[in-house]
Design a protein around this ligand. Structure first.
Ligand SMILES: NC(=O)c1ccc[n+]([C@@H]2O[C@H](COP(=O)([O-])OP(=O)(O)OC[C@H]3O[C@@H](n4cnc5c(N)ncnc54)[C@H](OP(=O)(O)O)[C@@H]3O)[C@@H](O)[C@H]2O)c1
Length: 241
């Protein structure tokens, strides 16, 4: 691997938007570590990228498992000594899952979307701080936007996912806090909404593809030093908090 190549870690990269982000970053010349709970699924996701000549490798990552996160941070430190890009993509929405109470849905969703993302960010900050232009992209959702929720003409006004939306609002809150707290270390932190996209999470209903959803993620992952921090946007521009 060339010394100058950027190193990116994408959580939840074995399928859906995470897989598309990994492919798009690799196509931009980034060496991508595809974080996957199940390493076999990760290797299967990596295979077509490697066959296409892209630099991608599967790494084991369960954001709810402190030892998995710590082991990955140590592996990245030992192999690369830094991390240029962290994409906090792993996430779930359990509002429509039968057999769980709202409290169980909230506890489980918080553990992955919020505590899990925070655990990964905290573990990677020392490695990001060692990179010349470090970036964190938090994959949020416009369903968390208070501003849009108060707009009766919003196209997603009919989508009521209370626990999912609450966790993504927490992701947004962490984004602005981390953007401020990590600014001195040069780490830019932005939240994005990838848009309503055909993945396992949505039952593959919408027309929007993961490749289309990945565009804004990659854009924020590769922003220059004159780029923003502490923002929330989609590919049409800034979103209301
Ligand atoms: N699709 C949309 O319309 C949409 C819209 C707005 C925001 N988003 C956000 O975009 C992100 C990706 O969603 P998606 O639609 O691509 O969903 P998806 O196809 O269901 O993929 C979710 C990914 O997260 C991983 N994951 C779940 N729990 C994890 C854990 N504890 N540790 C590590 N990885 C874990 C999954 O791994 P396994 O395969 O092992 O379960 C999978 O790789 C999520 O944060 C989602 O909230 C999606």
């Amino acid at each position: 691997m060339e010394e100058s190549k950027k190193i990116a870690l994408v959580s939840g990269a074995n399928r859906g938007i995470g897989e598309a982000v990994a492919r798009a970053l690799a196509a931009q010349g980034v060496h991508v570590l595809m974080g996957c709970r199940d390493l076999e699924k990760g290797r299967a996701a990596t295979a077509p990228l490697v066959a296409a000549g892209l630099e991608a490798a599967a790494v084991q990552l369960d954001v709810t498992d402190a030892s998995s996160v710590a082991a990955l941070a140590e592996e990245i430190r030992a192999r690369f000594g830094r991390l240029d890009i962290l994409v906090n993509n792993a996430g779930v929405g359990l509002d429509f899952v039968p057999g769980l109470t709202p409290v169980e849905k909230m506890e489980q969703t918080l553990a992955i979307n919020v505590t899990g993302g925070l655990r990964l960010t905290e573990a990677m900050v020392p490695l990001l701080a060692a990179a010349p232009h470090p970036r964190i992209v938090n994959v949020s959702s416009e369903l968390a936007s208070f501003g849009l929720r108060h707009d009766p003409d919003w196209e997603h006004a009919d989508k009521i996912l209370p626990t999912y939306a609450a966790t993504k609002a927490a992701v947004n809150a962490l984004t602005v806090s981390h953007a401020a707290a990590l600014a001195e270390q040069g780490i830019k932190v932005n939240a994005i909404c990838p848009g309503f996209t055909a993945t396992e999470a949505t039952g593959f209903v919408p027309d929007r593809t993961p490749d289309e959803a990945a565009v804004i993620v990659v854009q924020m992952a590769l922003i220059g030093d004159d780029g923003p921090t502490g923002t929330f946007s989609n590919d049409a521009g800034p979103l209301p908090w």
